[in-house]
Write a protein that binds this ligand. Structure first.
Ligand code: UDP
Length: 239
């Protein structure tokens, strides 16, 4: 049986960086279209798709310090950045002919629906791709933690963490030629070994709720669909 059958509902974590393509900032239209098409193909497998989107392509709270903006307020700017990305993904998915709904943890009803678990579950049951903006809705968190939190709330079978590399390595593969790719590791190991692919808060929440995390590369066309059907290379972080 293909793995798509195993996963009824998935939470895809897209960082802002995934949307910049060859640029170093903002949104790259062809990359956005490619990822949207991939999300739509994945939805057509019959899998319910929620997307938690980051905002690092526009602003990260950490950048506030050198601009003289206190952390909590800088994080608000970061959360607003995720709303921009969510609306862009919503538009790109619709352009592929599939229904999408952006939902924001920070209520902005004139831009998109405020996030609620019920609304998200309703849209997912209708086959709509739900794009979740605003992370957890609180400063001092990341959208990785938001992805795991919403994954838990929505009973996602797996959090698919899209990255620039095809999984977890023993060291940074871009710097260390000795780095070894890992097929599998536990949440405990990810935390103990300080695996930087997600922050500790995200791994800890995934551990507490026994949510598997699939770490895969979003760099190539069809990456999400391949990972879902067990064809791509990825690392699984499991209990
Ligand atoms: N952020 C926040 N609370 C959250 C999620 C995000 O305050 O629950 C802010 C934080 O400033 C963060 C920014 O939004 O730096 C963008 O999110 P993130 O850095 O996770 O984006 P990514 O790296 O995935 O693009």
């Amino acid at each position: 049986a293909s793995q798509a059958g195993m996963y009824k509902r998935v939470m895809v974590k897209l960082s802002g960086e995934a949307l910049t393509g060859p640029d170093d900032h903002g949104l790259h239209a062809p990359t956005l279209s490619r990822i949207a098409a991939d999300l739509v193909d994945a939805a057509k497998l019959g899998t319910e798709i929620a997307v938690a989107v980051g905002g690092g392509n526009f602003f990260r709270g950490m950048q506030g310090a050198d601009k003289g903006i206190e952390r909590a307020r800088a994080d608000s700017i970061g959360m607003l950045a995720t709303v921009m990305n969510a609306l862009a993904i919503e538009a790109a998915v619709e352009a592929e002919g599939h229904a999408a709904r952006a939902l924001s943890a920070i209520p902005m009803p004139s831009l998109c629906q405020p996030y609620s678990r019920q609304a998200a579950l309703h849209h997912l049951a209708k086959g709509r791709i739900c794009i979740l903006a605003g992370g957890t809705g609180n400063p001092f968190f990341t959208t990785d933690t938001g992805a795991v939190l919403r994954g838990a709330e929505l009973s996602a079978d797996v959090v698919m963490k899209a990255t620039q590399v095809d999984g977890v390595y023993t060291a940074d593969p871009k710097r260390d030629p000795q780095a070894q790719w890992l097929a599998r590791l536990t949440h405990d190991e990810a935390i103990e070994r300080r695996i930087a692919v997600m922050d500790t808060a995200a791994f800890a929440l995934a551990r507490e709720n026994s949510i598997p995390i699939m770490v895969f590369s979003i760099g190539e066309t069809g990456a999400i669909t391949r990972a879902l059907t067990g064809q791509g290379r990825y690392t699984l972080v499991t209990p």
